[in-house]
Design a protein around this ligand. Structure first.
Ligand code: FAD
Length: 374
């Protein structure tokens, strides 16, 4: 008999939603609480690589997910002017009939995942969090912020970079750190040649074009912002154009079309990594709560999704909860640490203008690591 029959998930982002799906697929009862009252996500896209496509198949959502996404195969790395330096072929890890990679709008991804969660009978409560947790005997007693109570075999914290649960488990030991860089993003109609992920090495940061649908793509660029200044909302378009000033070719052409500050999505990059087991007793943390990294390798959400799938597998594989969580850690720690450290390293090298850094080699290594079975 399974040691875990009823689980509370705190946080309804990508990691929490995928955990809810993975656990329901194993017949585990799931309650999910999400702090936001309006369960929406901000409207830019996300890159999901071959390992994510494979995990989406395991979660049983692949067809709906692909319908909502733009499928592509290769990744190119280009100069500032758009000359190709490398073309890295995609790996079809979900099977030969499925694409290697996808670009998808965050809203579309949220819709696919939240509709699946609802269809699988997860109890979702919005505008709610936990007030306190008490591990008593073989369970966790939870007091919610609306004064209701519940008892669970396991609590999964998927509450993101500023995780309240991480503070509860580890105190102030692990706090988000600003890396010195920010990312700027802007949606465009998809350009004809952007049928794959195209990245461009700039003089001060890297830019990229990600197809999201037949008619849509987004442009991103990283920038060095050592003082982490507060950006005036009305100046965002001008500032994003400045950050793209060294680019020519397609990126240079698109730069001149960045005119609406309301459409610029600006994000300072913050990271955290918990370097000890991500659980205490019957509370386990997944996703950005324990390994938020920078987007340089496009794998942050990928690692949260893999966490969810592996947790679902281990919770029905026998043994005590302690043994299950130990096995979960054994399968997750090194992989997530590699992604976290390598992503931060890529940003550090950009900030140091280190032209000897082998970014193409790092991307190839990341693809090898993430293609390996978990
Ligand atoms: C600029 C940028 C670009 C990125 N691009 C990519 C990419 O291309 N590909 C990729 O794979 N990854 C990318 N990432 C990383 C990815 O966005 C994150 O790794 C992923 O969203 C983490 O998911 P999560 O569910 O762990 O956390 P989150 O998405 O942060 O979700 C946490 C959820 O918990 C809720 N919550 C918080 N506190 C509580 C509480 N106390 N009680 C209840 N609910 C709570 C929040 O409201 C939120 O809904 C990018 C990140 C950034 C910053």
């Amino acid at each position: 008999m399974n040691a875990v029959k009823k689980v509370l998930i705190v946080g309804g982002g990508i990691g929490g939603l995928c955990a809810a799906i993975a656990l329901r697929r194993q017949d585990i009862e799931v309650d999910l609480v999400e702090l936001k009252t309006q369960w929406t996500v901000y409207g830019v896209g996300i890159i999901q690589q071959s390992n994510v496509v494979r995990e989406m198949a395991k979660l049983g959502v692949l067809d709906g997910y692909l319908d909502a996404a733009y499928a592509f195969e290769d990744v190119t790395i280009n100069t500032t002017a758009g000359e190709q330096l490398a073309r890295i072929p995609g790996q079809r890890l979900a099977g030969p009939e499925y694409p290697a990679n996808v670009g998808i709008s965050r809203l579309a991804l949220h819709q696919v995942l939240s509709e699946t969660v609802a269809a699988l009978g997860v109890s979702v409560r919005l505008g709610l969090s936990f007030e306190s947790l008490e591990q008593v005997g073989e369970g966790v007693d939870v007091l919610f912020t609306d004064a209701s109570r519940g008892r669970y075999d396991l609590v999964v914290g998927a509450d993101g970079l500023y995780s309240h649960l991480r503070g509860l488990l580890f105190g102030e030991q692990y706090l988000p750190r600003f890396t010195g860089q920010s990312v700027w993003r802007y949606n465009f109609p998809r350009a004809a040649g952007i049928d794959h992920l195209a990245t461009f090495q700039g003089p001060a940061g890297n830019a990229g074009l990600v197809p999201l649908g037949r008619d849509q793509m987004y442009l991103f660029v990283t920038s060095h912002e050592p003082a982490n200044p507060r950006m005036e909302a009305a100046t965002l378009a001008t500032q994003m154009r400045q950050r793209l000033s060294g680019f020519t070719g397609l990126i240079g052409e698109l730069r001149e079309q960045i005119t609406d500050s309301d459409q610029v999505v600006y994000k300072p990059l913050e990271v955290v990594f918990v370097s000890e087991p991500w659980y205490r007793g019957r509370v386990v943390l997944i996703g950005d709560a324990v390994h938020a990294t920078t987007p340089h390798l496009g794998q942050g959400a990928g690692m949260a999704i893999e966490d969810a799938v592996v947790l679902g597998e281990e919770l029905i594989a026998g043994g005590s909860v302690e043994q299950q969580l130990q096995r979960f850690m054994a399968r997750r720690y090194e992989r997530c640490k590699f992604i976290s450290d390598s992503s931060v390293l890529a940003g550090d090298k950009e900030m140091a203008h280190d032209s000897s850094f082998d970014r193409i080699g790092l991307v190839r290594r990341m693809l090898d690591v993430t293609a390996a079975p978990i």
